[in-house]
Design a protein around this ligand. Structure first.
Ligand code: ADP
Ligand code: ZN
Length: 723
């Protein structure tokens, strides 16, 4: 028997496990090589794996089909392959699904070498309509596809095409593999304060040491954490190694890019879902060859094939949005730490309000805690005051208490900026019929339809279902009987407009800031002083630095405490601390007013008294005594089907076959928090176990024995965020 060269391949778009192939003569592959393999009549991309790490059905040499292509891209490296295995294992996800995140999209490997982009020429067209003038003003200095320029300028594609014909915009061919400009570590380093210098020195040493070293960088908002971790980035640059900076939202990318450019001379490489294919391809290739030195991105940037990663930073590390809730349900903060471990590099988790899990890791000495005391320079932390909504209620049909109204009035007179925070998009969270009480519910979800008055529609925030606001009540046919219940940001903006018709306001939510370009526009309007009052959701609570913003009003501090899950108090505290952190970041002091019905609630009194440590200590104790994370472990099992009885029966079967294990309890099944989502009925079981148990193994075993109907989906959420 001759020796056939074989390769074990994980196929990306297939539910099948790894398959063996013959490597044709002349093709060289190694573990990590990205290949194209035949599967039935199809040709599918896959990655070669070490045969001894993944079991498969043994197939004789003579039955092997040959691989078709090996891509001209660096093979995925060992540490990344181990990370992919770990993630699949820990989060009970198919290996191929995790692997897909590393390859991002196959367009990174194939496709055209150049792309046509457009940019203004500086020529003013003969016929300058108001739309053309607006477009030219807004696309100054930009370059992109026609569509992107049109979006940035808020005009139709036709307007941009017209400008091309008129010579005011020109086409340029861009090489898709053009190298990214290199950041300069010595471009504009700040003079650090002594405590910043000490912190930076620790990070710089860790980058040089090339060993796994997890840090918690803990300091109030505005304490200068970013400047400190920038020193670590500078060191990685000097060493010629790559840095990954993870941010929780793509809306934060744009201000970060600008700030990075001010420090390092050029923008870093951005990675997020807003990139188009050609940008993705360029970034992916530069990351895999090591040419892209600093990458800033949302959680998906975590699995990219860095050629020589030297440092990871997770900024705003406490953020909920690092938890992925769709597809592979992983926590990017935790996977980032694992990646740092496997790559043997330092990682910095930066936060003003670290999660209890993270604080606990610092407490037991696994993470090294580096603290920055106080704000940088002359800036002081703002004073937080509670407004008791029972003692000082707003006028009927209004939401801002008289005290807050006076403060805003004052602030307007002083020419300073105000931020009103309410974590609710749209006009009102609930719409009902005044006559019969009918409430508008989403047909696909257990959720109310939310009125968005600006867009003239009702929308479901869970599945995206929209409908025009009906004039007739569908139940009792009464005309114009619909009333809005409760406030959303749009309603607060209405109240502001009624109180101060001359004030310039902006609503900041994912409806209005849906792209990095929109975020950039908002930032520059704030900086130019063109906005007096911002009304916004959690989107405005983090990252931004506006020196003239001196007043923050939290419209409803009790909102986050509803629902009452175990993290409610912690999340509420973090959110209000973060939004308070927007106030008084420059020389002018900031003030924060928190409207509440429960001024004595522990969260509120901790915020007002500034007793951060006391609050955390009480929360941590409560978790410890209930053996809740991080002192115990949880996993959710969500069973869903379009058919209600199929979902409930399968969930019941899973519940009945639960193994009896000491120090482990299974609760449910019960309807999941969103009992219906996107047309699927959802039941949930909750596993609560001691830390010492290998919950994943137990669940794998348990679910592996159950056959469920084809229409049923079972998803396991390991370390769920909400429960
Ligand atoms: P954090 O990341 O902790 O919120 P930042 O790093 O954004 O804090 O710092 C807050 C503000 O202070 C920023 O405008 C930043 O540029 C400025 N700053 C921080 N440290 C320095 C320094 N050493 N020299 C000059 N400016 C600094
Ligand atoms: Zn819905």
């Amino acid at each position: 028997m001759g020796c056939v060269s074989r390769a074990r391949v994980v196929i990306l778009n297939s539910a099948l496990g790894p398959l063996d192939y013959r490597v044709p003569g002349g093709m060289a592959v190694e573990p990590g090589s990205i290949v194209v393999a035949p599967l039935g009549p199809r040709q599918l991309a896959g990655v070669v794996w070490e045969p001894d790490r993944l079991a498969t059905e043994e197939v004789g040499d003579n039955r092997l089909r040959p691989l078709l292509t090996c891509y001209d891209a660096p093979p995925l490296k060992g540490p990344l392959r181990r990370l992919i295995e770990w993630t699949a294992d820990y989060y009970l996800a198919p290996l191929a699904s995790v692997l897909r995140m590393a390859l991002a999209s196959m367009s990174a490997l194939e496709g055209a070498r150049t792309v046509t982009e457009y940019r203004p020429t500086g020529i003013v067209p003969d016929r300058l309509t108001p739309q053309r003038a607006q477009a030219l003003e807004r696309i100054a200095g930009r370059q992109g596809l026609i569509r992107e320029l049109a979006l940035a300028a808020d005009v139709s594609d036709g307007v941009i095409r017209g400008l091309v014909k008129a010579g005011a915009v020109e086409a340029v061919e861009v090489d898709i593999d053009a190298p990214f400009p290199l950041p300069d570590p010595d471009h504009a380093p700040p003079a650090l304060e002594p405590q910043q210098r000490d912190a930076a020195a620790l990070f710089v040493d860790a980058v040089r040491a090339r060993e796994f070293a997890p840090f918690l960088l803990d300091g109030v908002t505005g304490s200068g954490k970013t400047e400190v971790y920038f020193e670590a980035v500078a060191e990685a640059l000097r060493q010629g190694r790559q840095t990954l900076v993870l941010l929780p939202e793509i809306a934060l990318t744009e201000p970060f890019l600008k700030r990075f450019a001010a420090r390092f001379g050029v923008e870093p490489v951005a990675w997020h879902s807003g990139l188009r294919q050609s940008q993705r391809r360029r970034a992916w290739r530069a990351i895999s060859t090591g040419q892209a030195k600093v990458v800033v991105g949302a959680r998906s940037a975590l699995f990219l094939p860095y050629a020589d990663l030297g440092l990871i930073v997770v900024d705003e590390a406490h953020e909920v949005s690092f938890k992925q809730e769709d597809g592979v349900q992983y926590h990017a903060r935790d996977v980032a730490v694992m990646r740092a471990k496997l790559e043997a590099i330092p990682i910095v988790l930066a936060s003003a309000t670290p999660a209890i899990e993270t604080r606990q890791m610092a407490e037991i000495g696994v993470y090294k805690e580096v603290k920055l005391e106080g704000r940088y320079g002359a800036a002081e932390m703002p004073q937080i005051e509670a407004i008791d909504l029972i003692a000082d209620p707003p006028m009927r049909g209004r939401w801002l208490a008289p005290r807050l109204v006076r403060e805003i009035e004052d602030n307007l007179e002083k020419g300073e900026q105000t931020l009103l925070f309410l974590n609710r998009r749209g006009y009102a969270p609930l719409t009902l019929c005044r006559t019969c009480g009918h409430r508008f519910q989403c047909p696909n979800c257990t959720a109310w339809m939310v009125e968005h008055r600006l867009m003239h529609r009702l929308a479901c925030h869970h599945c995206g279902h929209v409908m025009p606001p009906p004039r007739l009540c569908p139940e009792c046919q009464e005309e114009d009987s619909l009333v809005a219940c409760g406030p959303g940001v749009e309603r607060i903006a209405d109240e502001v407009a009624a109180l101060w018709p001359d004030a310039r306001t902006a609503i900041v939510t994912s409806d209005t800031i849906w792209s990095p370009a929109k975020a950039a526009e908002f930032v520059s309007r704030m900086e130019r002083g063109e906005i007096d009052i911002v009304v916004g959701t959690q989107l405005v609570t983090k990252g931004y630095h506006f020196p003239n913003l001196t007043l923050v009003g939290v419209v409803d501090a009790d909102l986050g405490l509803q629902g009452g899950d175990l993290r409610a108090a912690e999340r509420s505290f973090q959110q209000i601390m973060q939004v308070s952190g927007r106030a008084g970041r420059g020389e002018k002091p900031g003030r924060v007013f928190v409207q509440t019905h429960e001024p004595l609630a522990p969260v509120i009194s901790a915020l007002v008294s500034g007793d951060v440590e006391g609050f955390y200590a009480a929360e941590t104790d409560a978790r410890r005594s209930a053996a809740m994370p991080p002192f115990g472990r949880l996993a959710g099992i969500i069973v869903s089907s379009e058919d209600l009885s199929e979902a409930t029966e399968t969930a019941r079967l899973i519940g009945k076959t639960a193994p009896h294990v000491e120090n482990m309890a299974v609760f449910g099944p019960a309807p999941a928090p969103l009992a219906m989502l996107r047309g699927r009925h959802r039941q949930r079981l909750l596993v609560h176990a001691a830390r010492s148990l290998d919950v994943q193994d137990i669940i794998r075993d348990w679910l592996g024995k159950i056959d469920w109907p084809r229409g049923v989906r079972v998803a396991v959420d390991v370390d769920p965020y909400s429960f």
